[in-house]
Design a protein around this ligand. Structure first.
Ligand code: IVH
Length: 719
């Protein structure tokens, strides 16, 4: 087949890129067919020809090599690993609840949001929270076409070949199933299979695995599906992504459908209405936990009716209609060997207890965070005692360590009877252990109380702050530069040679140029780099010269500005120029720009202040300016439903609403792409006023802002 094609030497770059894309997927497809033991579609000779053609094109256009290139998959080199898949619908996570009271709050909030009295009329499902890996499995016209891990929720890894080896997962759906079905659930390893595997590893003198979850993850992230096949993985279906048709209108109905279609579903799922019944089922599952042949770490509650789920909608990362009620943390005793201080990106000094290694709930724990000076003394964030006065944490103490799920282990208490007679109270440092600058606890202007965090005052002078800042900049949810991890950041930061040094974010983007101009230290000659990895690093850097505005803002590392706030800012201002201009205008913490910033729902005064302060600092202005010479933040994506008549409009709700609760009205408007503000200003487009509206309505009239009542609003957004 290669013979009929344009000779490689005559290909244009565009043709070459297109063909490499085709070859990557085609060769991967044949690999799957081959590994599955299904009848391969083509003879080996043709397969080899495809690979030779791919090699020849890559040799002529080395810059075009793809991350999913078949060349990188030769042998079992796991370097290139799996191709990325963008989920048709994001895979969200769940909010956690820990106490009975939290569960009652969750149920109460559902009723409140929907504007209903808590009369027990809303049904919830309760089912075990499986401690495995979430997976999205897609069927088209009844056939399994792809399977992907959760990844960051937006994109995951394509593990189709491995998922096909799990016999519990149907390859085909029965006739009558919708044309597009995405079944979601948890892949896990049975406890019995895990113990068997470890016994075998031990008998062979090989290292044993830590727990079923990690083993299942390792078994799936194998490039060779034969290894996955040998691991006897299992599956529970409990959710869905894209569906061309909905076969049921309740959560339970959907799960029953999955069962009919041949998926394993959890037998402990129940439909309940009262908080008491929900909690009773939680305790019942807790009692059964030790006997179950799979690890679970809590119970998931979901609103049963899908129409109510739709109305409840989502917060930024999790649905309002579900929550995970976690089992209590597991505890163990160990000793504190030392207390180290870590200095973070914002200068916070965090004490960390170095522990004698101990297994807590199946995981070896060697460190535990001690949070801050007060925590060591036994005082919580609100100033209250969390441990008796003499239970301060000292080096040498025997302590109770607690681990809950993936949360960082904590030291809960000190066993006083075991305190060594020579143990002395820990003295929190007054200086930054990294740069020697003063470390201080700031006073909160509002409350007059001391902040619980001790901060290094060294700013950019402090090596720890500067490197942590860079690490944040390149991290997964910020710039996500592959090949520039924590170790590499430390290396480039410490480098003496100006052709190698990275001290600030813009330096990352000038590295290649500096390397090309320097005849001295070539990166590729440095141990741990090499020609291919250097080229890949430069490619990865170049790829990020254009970046989504929200990621850009998040990467700046402004205090209190996490991903959610960065998204709000990007959505509100649209372009970096507009954002920057407004922050300059807001510098004196007054005027329209300042009001506008404070009016963004979800941004409070502390956050607003931090943002404005950031843009007042000359050093930040300088770094951002140099950065913008290298990179271009893209205008924020048009809002979700950009064809809705209210997309991009700023709406204020005032007065009593009769058809919605305030929360639902707001969530609904936002899902249609509108911005909801708390007060009326020149930038307001629509004021929706219910009975009893007062000053806001008057202000709208004064400014000539369009006003309407609830029914007009409903007509506008289509009911
Ligand atoms: S529902 C939109 N049900 O927990 C919510 N999740 O913390 C979809 N998980 O990523 C998830 N058992 O991996 C749901 N019965 C269950 C679950 C479950 C385990 C995992 C899942 C998810 C994580 C959220």
């Amino acid at each position: 087949m290669a013979a009929e094609k344009t000779p490689v030497e005559n290909l244009t770059e565009d043709q070459a890129a297109a063909e490499l894309e085709f070859l990557a997927s085609e060769i991967a497809r044949h690999d799957v067919l081959y590994h599955q033991g299904d009848a391969p579609e083509i003879p080996d000779a043709d397969y080899d020809a495809l690979k030779r053609r791919n090699d020849a094109i890559e040799t002529r256009f080395p810059g075009l090599q793809r991350s999913d290139s078949p060349t990188l998959r030769v042998g079992s080199a796991p370097l290139a690993a799996f191709a990325q898949v963008t989920h048709a619908r994001p895979m969200l996570s769940l909010d956690n609840t820990f106490s009975d009271a939290d569960v009652a709050d969750f149920v109460g909030a559902v009723y409140r949001f929907l504007g209903r009295l808590p009369d027990g009329s809303i049904a919830f499902t309760a089912e075990p929270k499986i401690d495995g890996l979430s997976m999205s499995i897609r069927y088209e016209n009844g056939r399994l076409v792809s399977a992907a891990t959760r990844g960051d929720g937006t994109t995951g890894e394509n593990v189709t070949a491995n998922i096909r080896t799990i016999s519990e997962i149907p390859q085909k759906l029965p006739a009558g199933a919708p044309a597009v079905v995405e079944v979601r659930g948890e892949v896990y390893m049975a406890k019995s299979a895990f113990l068997e595997l470890n016994a075998q590893m031990e008998a062979e003198g090989r290292q044993t695995y830590v727990n079923p979850r990690n083993t299942a993850a390792g078994s799936l992230r194998q490039l060779d599906p034969k290894v996955t096949a040998s691991r006897k993985l299992k599956f529970f279906a409990y959710a869905w992504g894209e569906m061309s048709d909905m076969p049921a209108d309740t959560q339970l109905g959907m799960v029953e459908k999955f069962k009919e279609w041949g998926f394993p579903v959890n037998p402990l799922m129940k439909r309940l209405t009262s908080v008491e019944d929900i909690l009773a089922h939680y305790h019942e599952i807790g009692l059964q936990r030790p006997e179950l042949d799979y690890d679970i770490d809590g119970v998931v509650y979901k609103v049963d009716e899908l129409e109510l789920q739709r109305r409840l909608g989502f917060r930024s990362r999790s649905p309002r209609w579900a929550t995970a009620h976690k089992f209590p943390a597991e505890q163990a005793f160990t000793t504190v060997e030392n207390i180290d201080i870590q200095v973070g990106r914002t200068g916070a000094l965090t004490p960390v207890a170095r522990l004698t290694p101990i297994t807590v709930g199946g995981v070896v724990v060697t460190n535990a965070t001690l949070h801050n000076e007060d925590y060591i003394k036994g005082i919580g964030n609100s100033g209250d005692r969390i441990r008796p006065e003499d239970h301060d944490i000292r080096i040498g103490d025997t302590v109770i360590v607690q681990r809950a799920g993936d949360v960082i282990p904590q030291v809960r208490d000190v066993v006083m009877e075991k305190r060594p007679s020579d143990a002395s109270a820990y003295v929190f440092p007054k200086k930054c252990p990294v740069c020697g600058s003063h470390a201080v606890r700031e006073k909160n202007e509002k409350t007059g109380k001391l902040d619980s965090v001790t901060r290094c005052t060294g700013g950019f002078v402090c090596r720890a702050q500067a490197t942590e800042h860079l690490k944040h900049f390149v991290s997964r949810n910020a710039y996500d530069i592959e090949g520039l991890g924590s170790k590499q950041v430390d290396f480039f930061f410490e480098a003496e040679d100006p052709a190698l040094q990275i001290r600030t974010a813009p330096d990352i983007f000038t590295l290649k140029k500096r390397q090309e101009q320097s005849s001295l230290t070539k990166l590729e000659n440095i141990e741990g780099f090499g020609r291919v990895s250097v080229r890949k690093l430069f490619d990865a850097i170049d790829e990020r010269r254009s970046i989504a505005l929200n990621r850009f803002i998040y990467a700046l590392g402004i205090r209190h500005v996490g991903e959610t706030t960065a998204k709000l800012l990007a959505r509100h201002y649209g372009t970096y120029e507009a954002f920057n201009q407004s922050m300059k205008e807001a510098a004196d913490l007054s005027g329209d720009a300042w009001t506008d910033l404070n009016n963004i729902e979800g941004i409070g005064e502390i956050v607003a202040r931090a943002i404005v302060e950031f843009f007042k600092e000359p050093r930040n202005i300088e770094v951002v300016k140099s950065l913008l010479e290298e990179v271009t933040p893209q205008a924020a994506e048009p809002l979700a439903a950009s064809d809705s008549p209210v997309a991009g409009k700023t709406v204020v709700f005032t007065g009593a609403l009769e058809r919605f609760t305030r929360d639902e009205a707001k969530a609904r408007a936002e899902s249609l792409g509108a911005k909801v503000a708390g007060s009326v200003s020149k930038k307001t487009d629509i004021v929706v006023a219910g009975p009893g509206a007062g000053s806001k309505l008057a202000k709208a009239a004064e400014l000539g802002v369009q006003t309407m009542d609830e029914d007009e609003w409903l007509a506008l957004i289509g009911g």
